[in-house]
Design a protein around this ligand. Structure first.
Ligand code: COI
Length: 355
């Protein structure tokens, strides 16, 4: 009968809906690793070109103990996010920027890199294969982690004879345990993040383990993260271990120039552009640590972190506090960025890539 048919139809559409999402507590996502179903793998040997990659089931990978990445840290990583729009479509935010940054970093680390098209295609395939892990609209995003590693064996110090490009993904929401509450940052006096002529300006895996010591110490003291100063004079702001930093004073927004020791963040660049569109004056320049005591607002940017307000910075025992909340420049920039990233604000800049 017609009634039976209608009933069958609704059960069918219910099943489609049900399988649309993986079985996960979508309301309690943090930044922990939730393993998903597939990862993308593409290899490149001596001739320097990456061949056809493929999707494999997500899981452990096999590496020679003499792999360049394990012994000499020859590796880069990237981070980008996919969002689910209200209409169900999946979108990426500026994956071309990550692809280009990987190419730039690969040159610094003496590695071949996938082309921009290969990179974007791999990211799209990874999202498509794991689409049930992209959180519902408003509940977070699928964090995508492309890796480029020296996977071939090498004993003497030299570039690896083989490279692997791998993309995996995990659903995430807030990076910091503070959620969207303001961060409390500690200015690190003992350790440096990056040195002049080093690899601080590229997303080398070697930039991250050395910051753990100061990060854990700060967390033990109740801080969210650590702010580094330049290693030469210990005078100018550099970046936080997991994100870039901005300060606001009146209509002027400033951030350290992304030269050499500062990671050129995709969120950083996007916020600079959005702020200029909103008629703020934006300067990329050396920022003496003394300016922290005069700033109205401070905030951090990063793919994982998003745009995070900073409530306080502690420097040499002195705690400085900043304006936070809905009526801030930070909140205005954040809502514009998130609006574009989630498809709520029309993208007039070519930042959104449909999957
Ligand atoms: C990102 O924001 O994507 C990063 O790579 C930072 C990392 C420490 C999670």
């Amino acid at each position: 009968s017609n009634a039976e048919q209608a009933c069958e139809q609704s059960v069918e559409s219910y099943n489609v809906k049900k399988n649309e999402y993986a079985d996960l507590d979508w309301d309690n996502l943090g930044f922990g690793l939730t393993p998903t179903d597939y990862m993308y793998v593409m290899k490149c040997s001596n001739n320097g070109t990456f061949e056809q990659g493929q999707l494999n089931r997500y899981g452990n990978i096999e590496l020679n103990p003499a792999a360049g990445v394990l012994n000499y840290g020859q590796g880069l990583y990237e981070g980008t996010k996919a969002y689910r729009k209200k209409d169900g479509n999946l979108i990426l935010f500026r994956p071309d920027q990550n692809a280009m940054r990987m190419q730039f970093g690969a040159e610094r680390m003496c590695m071949p890199s996938p082309s921009v098209d290969q990179f974007i295609d791999a990211v799209k395939q990874t999202v498509q294969a794991n689409k049930c892990w992209v959180p519902p609209p408003g509940k977070g995003s699928l964090y995508i982690r492309p890796l480029l590693i020296g996977s071939g064996p090498i004993l003497g110090l030299a570039p690896s004879p083989e490279y692997t490009f791998l993309v995996y993904a995990s659903p995430v929401r807030n990076y910091f345990k503070e959620g969207s509450a303001p961060l409390n940052i500690y200015v690190e006096a003992e350790y440096d993040r990056a040195s002049r002529g080093g690899a601080g300006g590229v997303k080398s895996i070697t930039n991250y383990a050395p910051v753990l010591k100061a990060l854990l110490r700060a967390k033990n003291r109740g801080f969210s993260d650590v702010l580094y100063l330049d290693s030469v004079n210990k005078k100018n702001l550099e970046e936080v271990s997991s994100c870039n930093i901005f300060i606001v004073k009146g209509n002027l927004i400033s951030t350290p120039a992304a030269v050499g020791t500062i990671l050129p963040g995709v969120t950083r660049r996007s916020i600079i552009e959005i702020a200029r569109d909103l008629c703020y004056q934006v300067e990329e320049r050396p920022i003496p640590v003394d300016e922290l005591s005069e700033a109205d607002e401070v905030f951090c940017t990063g793919t994982a972190v998003g745009v995070a307000p900073v409530g306080s910075i502690t420097c040499q025992g002195k705690r400085m506090e900043y304006k936070t909340g809905a009526q801030t420049v930070c909140a205005q920039l954040y809502s514009t960025l998130v609006g574009i990233q989630t498809g709520h604000i029309e993208d007039k800049k070519g930042w959104i890539f449909e999957i």
